[in-house]
Design a protein around this ligand. Structure first.
Ligand SMILES: Nc1ncnc2c1ncn2[C@@H]1O[C@H](COP(=O)(O)OP(=O)(O)OP(=O)(O)O)[C@@H](O)[C@H]1O
Length: 354
């Protein structure tokens, strides 16, 4: 019947509510992930969360022990499908209002954590005036190769690909560039790097909310941004400015990461809130965005990044790696939810085998 007064029957009534509840999403946000197969059900998870496949399988089998389940994870494409760079499924800016709050450290560790969740990840170091990604990846003396003198091969480290102005020009040269030159350099890094197929490209933005940041936010077709802050009032005030700037240029703010949230004594376990407490939560509530994660101030984080090593692959089970893993999954989920609002861009539906 064409016009019917009865409500549409929910799809997969015994599977979808479990799936939605597991990811704390609405059933209408998850039902497209499910497809009937000849002898069971196929579910594709459209964002990086590979560590959740087994716990999810257990939850689903509790509800339907009789069913044959196939679970896969393939990251959805977000953003404006008309933009270039189609090989990059999601472009995410990592920003901060204030310098020195740990934006680059957070970028690297989020990238590594997303990779642990099954994603192919790249980093574009857009912090033209203080590029620290090369040191943090342990390859500051390398340079991207080129075959045609126009395009660059990104460098590889710890399974990530990256490009940075730090690989290309001496730090003192870039430090005196004016705004337009800095913006142009970023455009070139983005468009002239031969990025492979990536699920996520994280862009480490320069700190602040001046003209350069505004221009970058407008010129680079990012699908969303994450604002890094410490819980300290002066950092929070600047983080608010960053959120306001992204709102102004209609770049979705996916959430806030509170870095240096607390320090836990390695001897007695006492937790101290060196930079105050609860600030990240406060601005998240105020701006109605998620608090994606709270990362402690910890000597290992500093040591590993100073040495260009990957804490997350070497100490995958540590509380710090778990905190980054939690933040990375929260970011991937928020990005997915945010891009559901742009129906032209997203392609997540799995096909039934019929
Ligand atoms: N959670 C943390 N625990 C311990 N040290 C940290 C943590 N986060 C960052 N750091 C250290 O703080 C310093 C600044 O970090 P980082 O360079 O990531 O900041 P930033 O916000 O990117 O700075 P910039 O203003 O240059 O962009 C670095 O020495 C880094 O190792």
């Amino acid at each position: 019947m064409f016009f019917s007064s009865s409500k549409t029957k929910p799809a997969h009534p015994d599977i979808n509510p479990v799936l939605a509840e597991f990811f704390k999403l609405k059933p209408e946000q998850t039902e497209r992930w499910i497809a009937a197969q000849k002898d069971g059900v196929l579910i594709n998870l459209p964002f990086a969360c590979e560590s959740q496949l087994e716990p999810l399988r257990e939850a689903l089998l509790k509800a339907r022990p009789d069913i044959k389940l196939t679970l896969t994870q393939k990251t959805a494409f977000s953003g404006d499908a008309r933009r270039g760079l189609r090989q990059i499924r999601n472009l995410v800016a990592i920003a901060s209002g204030k310098g020195g709050v740990g934006k680059s450290t957070t970028t690297i560790n989020l990238a590594l954590a997303l990779q642990q969740e099954g994603a192919r990840v790249g980093i574009l170091d857009a912090d033209i005036y203080g590029p620290s990604i090369p040191i943090m990846l342990g390859n500051p003396d390398q340079q991207p190769g080129t075959e045609d003198n126009k395009h660059m091969q990104p460098l590889e480290a710890h399974g990530l690909v990256a490009n940075s102005i730090g690989y290309l020009v001496p730090a003192d040269d870039a430090a005196i560039w004016r705004g337009p030159m800095a913006s142009k350099a970023l455009q070139q890094l983005l468009n002239e790097t031969l990025w492979p197929e990536l699920d996520y490209l994280l862009i480490d933005m320069p700190p602040g909310t001046g003209d350069i940041q505004l221009t970058l936010a407008q010129q680079v077709p990012v699908s969303g941004t994450v604002v890094v802050t410490t819980p300290q009032n002066i950092a929070l005030a600047d983080a608010q400015k960053a959120i306001a700037m992204f709102n102004k240029v209609h770049v979705p703010v996916l959430g806030v990461i509170e870095n240096m949230s607390y320090h836990q004594c390695s001897q007695c376990g006492y937790k101290e809130h060196l930079f105050a407490q609860g600030g990240g939560e406060r601005i998240s509530k105020q701006h109605q965005v998620s608090l994606l994660g709270q990362i402690p101030l910890d000597i290992h984080i500093r040591e590993y990044t100073d040495l260009g090593k990957s804490l997350i692959s070497e100490q995958g089970d540590s509380p710090i790696s778990r905190a980054y893993g939690h933040a990375a999954r929260a970011l991937a989920k928020e990005l997915y939810v945010s891009t559901l609002k742009q129906p032209q861009a997203i392609d997540v539906a799995v096909r039934s085998e019929e």
